[in-house]
Design a binder for this molecule. Structure first.
Ligand code: ADP
Ligand code: G6P
Length: 479
């Protein structure tokens, strides 16, 4: 960390997200370390920030210190402090125990608490005020994700000169579910402070426009909302992607290839390596996928001498009850499958609770014959795209849930319904037994798709629409 500060009112592009790209970690000996933050949002936005000079406003993790703006690894970062109570009520509470499950098809039961929403309002206001301090006149501000849905309207009040975009990285639920929220109108009005509101899929944009019409009573036409003050808000779908070239280059590098070989050797050179990589989250369908694999072993369709499942699951949001329950469940399930079906030196599932550097992730993708991505609901799922980016050899198979946004684009994957365990078992077997030629054809088609639309295309498609909302302030950003 260098000491240089991000000066006020100077940034022409401001990214506002709950998390900074780095997380402040205090080691047991008291020393401080900055680690890459978890999740797809940071994976996608980091290369965008590197290509465009700007400031990134976010929470550095933890509650210890109110930090000054700083530059880390070439990125200009502006920390927003959260107190212990705000972490509990705003982050773990309203963001991750109310909105997260509600927006993901209520796969877990959302909790509604008035004091959590109060903390959400307070923290959103703090983010809006910090942004108003940092943004240059007429700057573009891009607010991200479900933790900050009130920021656009709060910011517009403070700084009407700004062009404000909002992008939701997770699904936006159908009206029938969204309507459960006691604060549904406040959230919709918060989002309407933006000039452009972006979603991963067209259906989400339609859900939003329909709710605005029904609940707030504004006129709408297709993706446009017409406000009484004459302003318009444009909704739209902007499916997110990854830095395809950067990851492919990394996958090509000698150390990564070497490491991929080593991983297979360490696993005992089985015929087939299956891989799952997720944050340990109940939306990811980890339980169902491991059960499917366990049953295939039990029924003799697969043998532990030939096939191993590597499941990498980074612990996430560990103080939220539903996440604690999930972690115990998966620990038990892995223990049971390995205890019943493993042999000495041949566990059925190799289960790892670690966060790895990008090189190790690329090596894992290179080492895996079958990538199994089975969320019950997911905005996009970047892991699926990362796997495809690393398979420059055209080998490998992707088993992918129909309920991930990525399924709209990766049509040649083995698409599965994660609620249908028998269907998943059949698709895993089909992928394992498919002939290399047909796998090659599928992989090539998926690679073509992701090569045609990488993360810089995603960012420029959104920012182009945003800059067109006020043509006199149009600013050219490097793709
Ligand atoms: P989400 O954003 O819900 O976590 P995504 O699949 O969209 O899901 O993005 C996850 C991102 O986090 C990917 O870039 C993936 O490579 C990364 N990731 C997931 N698990 C790990 C891990 N164990 N170590 C390092 N990176 C990980
Ligand atoms: C998903 C969300 C992000 C979030 C990330 C990690 O990608 O869309 O907004 O930052 O998960 O979750 P966490 O709660 O650790 O920030």
């Amino acid at each position: 960390m260098s000491g240089s500060e991000a000066p006020n009112h100077t940034a022409d592009l401001v990214i506002v997200a709950n998390r900074l790209p780095v997380d402040r970690v205090v080691n047991p000996d008291g020393s401080i370390e900055w680690r890459r933050s978890p999740g797809g949002l940071v994976t996608a936005l980091e290369p965008v920030m590197r290509a465009n000079d700007g400031a990134w406003i976010g929470w550095p993790g933890g509650t210890d210190e109110d930090l000054e703006p700083f530059v880390e690894d070439g990125l200009s970062l502006v920390p927003v402090h959260l107190t212990e109570a705000e972490v509990e009520e705003f982050y773990e509470g309203f963001s991750n125990a109310t909105l997260w499950p509600l927006y993901h098809d209520v796969v877990a039961k959302p909790e509604f608490h008035r004091e959590w929403f109060d903390a959400y309002v307070t923290v959103n206001r703090r983010f809006a005020e910090r942004t108003a301090d940092v943004a240059a006149e007429n700057a573009m501000v891009w607010v991200h994700d479900y933790q900050l849905q009130l920021v656009p309207a709060m910011l517009r009040e403070l700084r009407p000169d700004l062009r404000i975009g909002f992008f939701l990285h997770i699904p936006f639920p159908p009206a029938e579910l969204f309507q459960q929220l006691p604060w549904r109108r406040q959230l919709l009005e918060g989002l309407l402070g933006a000039d452009v509101v972006g979603f991963q899929r067209p259906g989400a944009a339609q859900n939003f426009v329909r709710l605005v019409r029904q609940r707030v009573g504004h006129k709408t036409h297709r993706d446009m909302v017409y406000l009484p003050d004459g302003r318009t808000v444009q909704a739209g779908s902007f499916p997110i992607s990854i830095d395809v070239k950067g990851l492919e280059e990394l996958a090509h590098s000698e150390p990564v290839q070497q490491r991929a070989k080593e991983i297979r050797e360490q696993l005992g050179n089985p015929k087939r390596v299956l891989l799952g990589v997720d944050r340990l989250d109940y939306t990811k369908g980890i339980r169902a996928r491991l059960r499917a694999f366990g049953e295939l072993l039990e029924e003799g369709e697969l043998d532990v001498e030939d096939a191993v499942f590597v499941q990498v699951a980074t612990p996430s949001r560990e103080r939220v009850e539903q996440y604690r329950v999930l972690r115990d469940d998966i620990d038990r399930l892995v223990g049971r499958i390995n205890g019943d079906l493993g042999r000495i030196g041949r566990p059925a599932i190799s289960y790892l609770h670690t966060s790895y550097p990008r090189e190790e992730m690329a090596a894992l993708y290179r080492a895996a014959d079958i990538m199994v991505v089975t969320p019950l609901r997911d905005g996009m799922n970047l892991v699926a795209k990362e796997y495809v980016a690393c398979r420059y050899d055209g080998e490998g198979a992707l088993v992918l849930s129909e309920f991930a946004g990525a399924a709209d684009e990766l049509r040649q994957a083995f698409l599965v319904n994660p609620y249908d365990i028998n269907g998943m078992k059949a698709s895993i077997l089909e992928a394992i037994n498919a002939d290399p030629k047909s796998l090659n054809k599928r992989m090539k088609a998926m690679r073509k798709t992701i090569n045609e639309h990488d993360v810089s295309d995603w960012a420029s498609s959104f920012l182009d629409v945003l800059s067109e909302t006020k043509p006199m302030h149009r600013k050219q950003l490097r793709p």
